[in-house]
Design a protein around this ligand. Structure first.
Ligand code: NAD
Length: 474
């Protein structure tokens, strides 16, 4: 399908396109010009979507895994056929470069194809001559997927594929900062699934809150900030909804003295500045062994200046764009300002543009452990680099009380690397590679970074009741 110069957007309810009287417009992060009008779902739209999903669930939940996996193959084909149109929308609403938009669609297709091969089968838990006990996995019902803006398609689609392969119906609510590509994707996927199984509604915090309290929703799969995650969990308690929370991280990278400096500097630059640092598992704090600190910092600055320059034209090669929205831009600028006020040395970057939510990739030398840039999640292109000398001490500093999503270790001696990795309190630890989630691997946060997890085979368990069948033998 070719791209239209002025695309239109709709809520998708029961496989039908629905407009609205109320619209909102997202600001183009590259230019600060308004993008397209986007219909805001009403309370009635939400009620209709819940009714459609509940009507669809009894038949859909009885479909076989093979039938559902055949549907996933069609969804992957649809993503491939429509990738150009979806990529253009992703680029506009997020500010991503063309390469990043391609990566976004490729990752969705990979996630989708993964679940065409992997699902939850019945398992015999116990058997003797008297009885057999089988674990079987039963879909929950209607899932509401509440999503953030940094990877709008990847992060909503994982919830969609997990729901579909386990036999649930799903209503997706994209972030109001990035509603367009998700609505377009669901629009283009019409006809693949029975009406009511896969729907999308655009709205903000009100709609999200309504989803968390509606008795017709069985599970909330939420990705976003810790503060909102806590509200979601509190709201879900009232109807005892199942809930999965994928929340913020503040990933530490621990760099030991034995590494190859140019190689690891390049990897740490990727970890910190891929998607302009707007990644839940971006490297957000770097701890470098004191004996190589100066040389490493020089090499890192060189890598950042070489690989992550501002490109106003999104189609030039590269993975570095602006911040997605003004809210996040202001958070990051506030942290930068705090670094300036405290006199921390800004080794590269630090400049903003007059138009657009641009911040040059910025490296800050040895800010205090108490600086907001170190203590809190920056979610943007500004990276603090600290020094360490004692292993117990660096592990203590790397392990935070309020976050534990990801971490990385760079160490030539693999046994040593793994030993350090196992001491890091994070859901995903990457050894000698920058943080890159993989659809096959369970993804979850320790401490305030989450509740439950998604991805991998294990991620499907949270989309099901696991029933134990105790069968007596005659
Ligand atoms: P956010 O919490 O502001 O919003 C997330 C979603 O929640 C949006 O769709 C929003 O409309 C909705 N929402 C807002 N208030 C709500 C309420 N009271 N009830 C229900 N829904 C509500 O988060 P964000 O700024 O969109 O996302 C960025 C954050 O997400 C960062 O902290 C990042 O680290 C985190 N993140 C985590 C992961 C992960 O897998 N752990 C992945 C990506 C992003």
């Amino acid at each position: 399908m070719g791209s239209s110069p002025e695309p239109q957007f709709f809520n998708i309810i029961n496989d039908e396109l629905r407009g609205a009287s109320d619209h909102h417009q997202v600001t183009d992060p590259r230019t600060e010009e308004p993008l397209w009008p986007c219909p805001v779902a009403t309370t009635q739209d939400f009620e209709d979507a819940v009714t459609a999903a509940r009507n669809a669930f009894p038949a859909w939940s009885k479909s076989t895994v093979a039938e559902r996996q055949a549907v996933l193959v069609k969804l992957a084909e649809g993503l491939k056929e429509n990738r150009q149109e979806l990529e253009e929308i992703v680029m506009k609403e997020t500010g991503k470069t063309a390469l990043m938009a391609q990566i976004e669609i490729d990752a969705c297709i990979n996630q989708c194809m993964y679940y065409t091969r992997v699902s939850l089968a019945d398992e015999v838990q116990f058997e003797d001559d008297k009885q057999k006990i089988i674990a079987t996995h039963i879909p929950l019902g209607v899932v509401a997927a509440i999503c953030p803006w940094n990877f709008p398609l990847i992060l909503s689609s994982i919830k969609v594929f997990s729901s579909i392969v386990t036999g649930n119906c799903v209503i997706v609510k994209p972030s109001p900062f990035t509603p367009y590509c998700v609505l377009k994707w669901v629009e283009l996927a019409r006809g693949i699934l029975p009406p009511g199984v896969f729907q999308a509604l655009n709205g903000g915090a009100d709609l999200g809150a309504a989803m968390t309290s509606h008795p017709g929703i069985d599970k909330i799969s939420f990705t976003g900030t810790i503060a909102t995650g806590k509200k979601v969990m509190a709201a879900c308690a009232k109807t005892l909804k199942k809930v999965t929370l994928e929340l913020a991280g503040n990933d530490a990278a621990v760099v030991t003295a034995d590494i190859d400096i140019p190689t690891v500097a390049a990897k740490v630059a990727t970890g910190g500045f891929f998607n302009a640092g707007q990644m839940c598992v971006a490297t957000k704090r770097v701890y470098v062994h004191g004996s190589i600190y100066d040389e490493f910092l020089d090499a890192l600055v060189k890598e950042v200046e070489k690989g992550y320059t501002i490109q106003e034209d999104a189609t030039t090669p590269g993975v570095f764009g602006p911040l997605d929205n003004k809210m996040q831009y202001d958070v990051v600028k506030g942290m930068l300002e705090d670094c300036r006020q405290h006199g921390y040395k800004i080794r590269t970057g630090g400049k903003v543009r007059e138009k657009g939510f641009w911040l040059e990739p910025t490296v800050v030398e040895k800010p205090s452990e108490d600086a907001p840039l170190v203590k809190e999640e920056q979610f943007g292109p500004i990276l603090p680099v600290m020094s360490w000398s004692d292993e117990d001490d660096v592990i203590k500093r790397a392990n935070l009380a309020n976050a534990g999503l990801g971490a990385s270790v760079y160490c030539r001696d693999l046994a040593n690397a793994e030993r350090i990795a196992r001491r890091l309190e994070a859901g995903s630890v990457f050894i000698n590679q920058s943080e890159r989630p993989n659809p096959v691997a369970y993804f979850s946060g320790f401490k305030d970074s989450g509740f439950g997890g998604e991805m991998g085979k294990q991620g499907l368990l949270s989309y099901c009741y696991t029933q134990s069948l105790h069968i007596a033998k005659a």
